[in-house]
Ligand binder design. Structure first.
Ligand SMILES: *Cc1c(COP(=O)(O)O)cnc(C)c1O
Length: 468
């Protein structure tokens, strides 16, 4: 592709994205294609020779777009958000253009040093202890895996990296801990048999007394407790574990304390939510996702660690072909995680923080929390509905009720309501199970979601429920 063609399509694509941001509301939020439909529309074989960009772009619009579920739609209330922003998209374009692979300092000093700086900014923005340093990981799943691997090495005096895991090590999280923990436990070699799911209270938060009992029981049986994973904002209902009580238990028993705040961590930007990080003096590692609720397009996960040396000792490798004369003076982020090759993710985070400013980011978070509380109020006022969990952030868990139905029938009724509401194309909500009961999740966090979208969603929900 020559320079002029590149330029022409570049302008064209930016125009397309700018229009998409504005017009995304006209698409059905959840893609309506059937399984296999997109695959069937694509040729079996790759083209032997190059095709003009006009044709490729045309197929993008005609074939690919119908198979897209529109996460940036203002009617996005499913899962958690993964919101992006114009500033983030522009930075991503520059990152792709530069095409740097930022595995060590000398492969792009600016990437390493900008990452150090924005991670320091981010830590102070949410109020983490200054003694924690940050590194960007692709996802919270990977960050938690890093925490578990470092915890494993600490618990075995860095022996398991050499000899493999010889004695079982136990890990503790609540019943509501994220499924990525289970996956990471499998990968890190602990084994699912040694992952303890600690019971939760009526607000779905870990019960510290139960944690301590479980640790003591394992210890009495000759097993070695290694790590506790607390959560700020569980995925089902955004419960917050009592970290200030869990921290001292970890300290007493010498356990690594990792905190998963993938979605909820962003709320700690707000003065009125600073108590979320109560107990942070005990955190060994902490993760939250700017790619969820902080306008930084996927992927960008912020991982903080207190004992930098333990982290690096867990991961470091020194092959001859990666040695540079500067290794003692600089950070080489290849040793701060699993992958060798690294994308320049700090750039988009820098663009986002500068473009919105800390106040701009807080405003967005505050508004989403306000909208969620508005929605919560409507649920509480309507006696055909009930709230299923406390609203701590911008997620509301609720369900529709009908007299004379048992729990099984209520589950089916709500699943039916959910499918009908989603089929409208105007909104997309998902569900979860809370203490065995089916609950609808209304997760508010899209950049462009306004009060009218939340009002329309509620009107659609009560209207649809009325017809069941
Ligand atoms: C979303 C989420 C995760 C997983 O995040 P990824 O970045 O997709 O790996 C982990 N923990 C919690 C609490 C989450 O909400």
């Amino acid at each position: 592709m020559d320079k002029e063609t590149f330029r022409r399509h570049g302008y064209e694509f930016i125009d397309w994205v700018a229009d998409y941001f504005e017009e995304v509301e006209k698409y059905p939020v959840r893609s309506t294609v059937k399984p296999g439909e997109i695959r069937a529309a694509l040729p079996e074989k790759p083209p032997p020779s190059g095709e003009p960009m006009d044709n490729i772009f045309n197929d993008f619009r005609e074939i690919i777009l119908p198979g897209i579920t529109h996460w940036q739609h203002p009617g996005w209330f499913a899962y958690f958000p993964a919101n992006n922003s114009p500033a983030s998209v522009l930075a991503e374009l520059l990152t792709a253009g530069i095409g740097a692979q930022c595995m060590v300092w000398q492969t792009s000093p600016a990437a390493t040093e900008l990452e150090e700086v924005v991670m320091r900014w981010l830590g102070s923005m949410i109020g983490l202890p200054e003694t924690m340093s940050g590194v960007i990981q692709d996802t919270a799943s990977t960050a938690t895996l890093c925490a578990l691997l470092t915890a494993r090495e600490k618990a075995t005096g860095f022996e398991s990296n050499r000899s493999g895991l010889r004695l079982p090590l136990c890990v503790y999280t609540s019943e509501e801990g994220h499924s990525s923990i289970d996956k990471d436990i499998k990968i890190a070699g602990y084994g699912l048999d040694y992952l303890r799911h600690i019971p939760t209270d009526r607000n779905f938060a870990m019960i510290p007394g139960e944690l301590e009992k479980a640790i003591e029981k394992d210890r009495a049986e000759g097993l070695k407790p290694a790590c506790v994973i607390g959560t700020i904002g569980t995925t089902s209902s955004t419960a917050v574990d009592p970290l200030a009580e869990i921290g001292p238990i970890c300290r007493r028993h010498g356990l690594w304390f990792h905190v998963d705040a993938a979605y909820g961590g962003t709320a700690a930007l707000l003065e009125e939510k600073k108590q979320l990080l109560a107990g942070s003096e005990y955190f060994d590692t902490f993760v939250f996702n700017p790619h969820k609720w902080m306008l930084t397009n996927f992927d960008c996960s912020a991982y903080f660690v207190r004992d930098e040396e333990a982290l690096v000792r867990t991961f470091e490798i020194h092959p001859e072909y990666l040695k540079t004369g500067r290794d003692s003076e600089v950070k080489n982020y290849r040793d701060w995680g699993i992958q060798l090759g690294r994308r320049f993710r700090a750039l988009k985070l820098w663009f986002v923080i500068r473009s919105y400013g800390v106040e701009g980011l807080k405003e967005m978070v505050r508004e989403h929390i306000r909208l969620a509380n508005l929605f919560k109020g409507w649920v509480e006022e309507d006696d055909r509905f009930e709230l299923m969990a406390p609203v701590q952030f911008s997620l509301v868990c609720f369900r529709f009720k009908k007299d004379g139905l048992n729990e099984r029938e209520l589950d089916a009724l709500n699943a039916d309501l959910l499918e009908k509401v989603n089929r409208s194309g105007k909104v997309f909500l998902t569900h979860t199970s809370l203490k065995g009961r089916y609950a609808l999740r209304m997760a508010i966090g899209q950049r462009t979601t306004q009060e009218r979208h939340v009002r329309d969603a509620w009107a659609l929900i009560i209207d649809t429920a009325g017809q069941l």
